[in-house]
Design a protein around this ligand. Structure first.
Ligand SMILES: Cc1cc2nc3c(=O)[nH]c(=O)nc-3n(C[C@H](O)[C@H](O)[C@H](O)COP(=O)(O)OP(=O)(O)OC[C@H]3O[C@@H](n4cnc5c(N)ncnc54)[C@H](O)[C@@H]3O)c2cc1C
Length: 449
């Protein structure tokens, strides 16, 4: 029987295993070093915040694996030997495979900062990081101040987590506005204000120079590059992005870039070896997408896709329109299509931005200057219907249509009842239009004929 070995039991590897089992009777083994069972990494923060126990982040019962004949091996793969079709584990064991799927995810970035390996310095990625956080920052008596380095989605999660235990947080963000490599300036500015209002000491334009040790090899302070200021602290959270976790493949002959290089079929340069999830790097980016996409749902999609190929139905990875969601403290953020920051925006991308005068609510809609084609939307503080935007992007609707029908995309009737007129009035005034809002239509939303 063909033996498929998957390295990594994250969302990508486990989805691949589940779908291979749905489609075939092949022998499946998952090897992973972090935990015995799959868990939802995106829920780690809620464990520290006391909303759930770690066990609740594991969606499958223990019996699931046996019932589905998915063998689980806890171990670290230290080498892949493609010529022999064999893996070596750190404990000296070997394992043969017929087909190999690499799904080893990411690891937090470190940029050779002095002191980055001191006690009390950590990332937030793994279950081990969560356990370490309980040791380093159980409460504000042990951790009198934390410094977080790197202003992205994981940094802000870590800040929120620590604040729930009343631990003072200083947040060093190299850019002059939060996440402004991704968010347009109006949104980024709103998030700056929101972070400060949550009593987080946000330092913009501030990068890490050095982490200073006490006499026991434990962090005592950090030094800020731009100002030379020394900030005393008991925890340093390194959240300056992630990198594919592929160091163990260095001498394997598998083509590596920043990640494991794959084609649209998720195949590497070596026959019968595939890569999926955060660790996979497309030879050529798909449309506007980045060649490496470290997000949950794309890992799941790649897992489903590679399962089809492994079971004889060769299938390209086709992720469709970009979307994503996240949370900035208590503000929900959704994005559909492309709304680029000022830094990445092309000349023909025009933005319509509306922000509520008092509350932390805003939307930005991007459209093409000449054709007026709708390119994408970002929303903060409101929830919109994924399938409606997916359809409008596929149908290449224009901006007027989208503004006119915005109410169809909205889950939250209260919001539009109150603000829709303001939004449309502002759009009309900004762009010299005279759009009149359409009433909500279930027929349109669900495409009933
Ligand atoms: C705190 C946090 C919050 C996040 N929140 C969001 C969110 O809200 N939305 C979103 O879209 N994404 C989010 N992400 C990103 C998302 O979790 C990742 O994109 C996703 O988990 C990647 O899945 P994966 O299966 O590719 O890899 P992983 O989940 O990283 O799994 C890979 C596994 O392989 C193991 N492994 C690595 N090397 C070896 C080896 N040599 N031998 C054996 N095992 C090995 C690792 O230990 C790990 O367990 C978040 C990430 C973090 C850290």
């Amino acid at each position: 029987m063909e033996h498929i070995v998957i390295i990594g039991n994250g969302i990508a590897g486990v989805t691949a295993a589940r779908h291979i089992r749905k489609l075939s009777d092949k022998r499946i083994t998952i090897i992973s070093t972090e935990t015995d069972y799959f868990f939802s990494r995106t829920a780690l923060m809620y464990v520290y915040m006391g909303h759930m126990k770690f066990e609740h982040t594991q969606p499958y019962e223990k019996g699931f694996w046996k019932k589905n004949r998915i063998e689980l091996v806890k171990g670290y793969v230290s080498q892949v030997l493609p010529k022999e079709k064999k893996l070596l584990l750190r404990d000296g064991e070997g394992m043969s495979y017929d087909k190999l799927v690499i799904a080893t995810g990411s690891k937090p970035n470190k940029f050779d900062w002095p002191g980055q390996d001191l006690d009390g310095v950590q990332g937030l990625y793994s279950k081990q990081d969560l356990d370490q956080l309980e040791v380093n920052a159980p409460n504000k008596q042990v951790c009198k101040r934390a410094v977080i380095v790197g202003g992205g989605l994981i940094g802000i999660e870590l800040a929120e987590m620590l604040r729930t235990r009343d631990i003072p947080v200083t947040f060093l963000v190299r850019e002059d506005s939060f996440w402004n490599g991704v968010l347009p300036s109006g949104e980024s500015q709103m998030i700056n204000e929101h972070i400060l209002e949550h009593h987080i000491d946000l330092r913009l334009g501030a990068s890490l120079k050095e982490i200073v040790s006490d006499e026991n090899g434990r962090v005592k302070s950090v030094v800020v590059e731009e100002t030379g200021e020394e900030i005393p602290c008991d925890l340093v959270g390194l959240t300056a992005g992630v990198t594919p976790n592929i160091g163990f493949l260095k001498d394997s002959g598998i083509e590596l870039g920043r990640g494991v290089k794959v084609n649209r079929f998720l195949e590497t340069n070596i026959k019968d070896i595939y890569a999926i999830g955060d660790c996979a790097e497309q030879h050529e980016a798909i449309g506007n997408r980045r060649p490496i996409e470290a997000v949950w749902y794309t890992g799941r999609m790649m897992g489903e896709t590679v399962a089809q190929t492994l079971c004889g139905n060769k299938m390209p990875y086709n992720p469709g329109h970009w979307f994503n969601s996240a949370k900035f403290l208590d503000i929900e953020y959704q994005t559909y299509g492309w709304v680029f920051s000022e830094r990445r925006k092309k000349a023909e991308e025009v933005h319509f931005h509306w922000r509520h005068p008092k509350e932390k609510l805003c939307i930005t809609i991007a459209f093409h200057r000449d054709s007026e084609e709708f390119l994408g939307i970002n929303t903060f503080g409101i929830r919109l219907r994924h399938e409606v935007f997916d359809r409008w992007l596929t149908e290449k609707r224009n901006i007027e249509y989208v503004v006119e029908h915005l109410v169809d995309a909205n889950f939250d009737p209260e919001f539009y009842r109150t603000y829709e007129k303001d939004i449309v009035n502002q759009f009309n005034s900004d762009f010299g239009k005279s759009i009149i809002l359409k009433k909500k239509s279930l027929k349109r939303i669900f495409q009933m004929s």
